[in-house]
Design a binder for this molecule. Sequence first.
Ligand code: 1GP
Length: 235
Amino acid sequence: MTLYQNIHTAQTQNKRLLAILIDPDKFVAASAFAKAYLQKLPSQTTHIFVGGSTDPENSIETVVKTLKQHTQIPIILFPGAYTQITPEADGILFLSLLSGRNPEYLIGQQIKGAKKTLESNLEVIPTGYILVNGEKETAVQRVSETLPLDQNDIDTIVNTALAGEYLGKKCIYLEAGSGAIQPVTTQVIKAVRKIISIPLIVGGGIKSRQTMEEAYQAGATMVVIGTAFEDDSWS
Ligand code: 1GP
């Protein structure tokens, strides 16, 4: 089964997927660190995402290689820039920032990374990436120089997600931004879930089992958690 078939099946069979996001910038690519990190992950972890808005040390390749030595969990790139594409992973969320109006993040980075992606043999998962307001200026907003969508403007969020599906995206990722104060609300998740037929990924600011549970109940196929495992604040 491909990575996408697995995600799609989870959606149709109402199974819950959990991705842990590793920011290469904050990860020590050493065996002992990787082992200890992997051990503390929840047993229901189904995927590991690796990527960040920035990777100044260009460490993503060594981070993925180190992780691969210690886990069978599929590793999917979640690149903030085309420079983060590396063949050691299993797949890539080929993102387009649909909430923004910066052509560089709608199509520019994608053109720069297309050939590298082809040559890498990574499984490509075309993903419509929608940044919503998490009540904090996040790295995605800063780096992409775009504004998030207002979480109260559910119509615009829903229409953006639907347009993403019609454009051929295979997943929609609702993102409140790393370290968001306000995660994606259940109202937003429910409204988007109701209108799209593709898997829905939800992340940003989820720090507790309860918030994770609420996101699944509202219709998330996959929940993404990063910061809470980085700073051990998961509760
Ligand atoms: C960010 O959705 C992810 O891109 C995860 O966010 O770091 O807040 O868990 P957190």
